[in-house]
Write a protein that binds this ligand. Structure first.
Ligand code: SAM
Length: 290
């Protein structure tokens, strides 16, 4: 039961016997569970001659923030986040090694911007052979599905969409040890989620596979976790404990800005602003023997 349902029930108790829960919810004419005030719009992101069309919300509402803070619902997957833009900026330097002709698993894909960006960007010869877009939030995956369908040139056999929560077992036939590269952008806002994130990335990868993690330091805290002084080092240590070693570390100042946003989507942070807040892009390699 959501927090708002609980509020509605309290109101029933206060207002006495004349009402039942159904009547009150009908009076309000509101969806009690999700995105009461959000509005999805269609946005366009362009990089050179590539256009990516994305349905998304421009920002989270106070209701979304409240639900996120109290653990009721994570609606972050409906926005496009700075870490995804950092990935788009870095494609020029990462494409050949990490993505071209590779089987890719995206973790926490949200709107699908990362995976769709890979599938649309650059010439056909430099694209992945297959991208599986995954997220824990089925609502975000529906948006992601519609976003994939916006691009009618994407061949249906080149991508898949699947619900996947980090740390949960992967289905052996389809997922385990079958990907060349795993990808996650801007997914670290609860530091307690690092171990299951690395665990899933590790089990999904083939030997020597790569994990591309585009990271923007946010309020990386958790009630279950003590504060961390050096977040980058903490992520690297956690990766090492999870069977990876650091292969490349790219910071925003090393990159050119590679894309533009159109429409009402806010212009994302500049590369120098990303640098200033400590955003960076890690490429980890799966340790051969672990
Ligand atoms: C801040 S959004 C980032 C979305 C997208 N990658 C981007 O950069 O725009 C974080 C995403 O991670 C997903 N997520 C959070 N915790 C997760 C978990 N434990 N397992 C799988 N996905 C999770 C959320 O549902 C959300 O879509």
């Amino acid at each position: 039961m959501s927090r708002i349902d609980t509020v509605a029930e309290n109101r029933i108790h206060k207002e006495g016997d004349g009402f039942d829960k159904e009547e009150i919810i009908d009076d309000w004419q509101l969806d009690m569970n999700f995105h009461v005030f959000s509005k999805h719009t269609l946005q366009t992101i362009s990089a050179q001659d590539t256009l990516v069309h994305l349905e998304c919300v421009e920002q989270l509402t106070p209701v979304d923030m409240m639900n996120l803070a109290n653990g009721e619902h994570d609606a972050t997957g409906h926005c496009v986040w700075t870490g995804a833009f950092l990935l788009l900026d870095a494609l020029g330097v990462l494409l050949e090694e990490c993505f071209t002709e590779k089987r890719i698993l995206e973790l926490g894909c949200g709107t699908g911007i990362g995976g769709i960006g890979l599938m649309c960007a650059h010439d056909k010869e430099r694209r992945p052979s297959y991208v599986l877009l995954t997220d824990a939030d089925p609502d975000a995956l529906q948006v992601c599905q519609r976003n994939c369908q916006q691009h009618n040139k994407l061949p249906k056999n080149k991508y898949g969409i699947q619900e996947l929560t980090w740390g949960e077992p992967l289905s052996p036939e389809t997922l385990s040890a079958s990907f060349d590269t795993t990808l996650a952008t801007d997914v670290l806002y609860d530091i307690a989620l690092l171990p299951p994130l690395f665990q899933t990335a590790h089990s999904a990868l083939k030997a020597n596979g790569l994990f591309v993690l585009s990271h923007v330091p946010r309020a990386c805290y958790s009630s279950q976790h003590p504060p961390v002084d050096d977040l980058d080092q903490y992520i690297i240590d956690q990766a090492t404990r999870s069977g990876f070693f650091l292969h490349r570390h790219i910071v925003p100042n090393q990159l050119p800005r590679a894309f533009r946003t159109e429409g009402s989507l806010n212009e994302p942070a500049s590369l120098s602003d990303m640098q200033e807040v400590g955003a960076s892009l890690f490429v980890f390699r799966k340790t051969p023997i672990f």
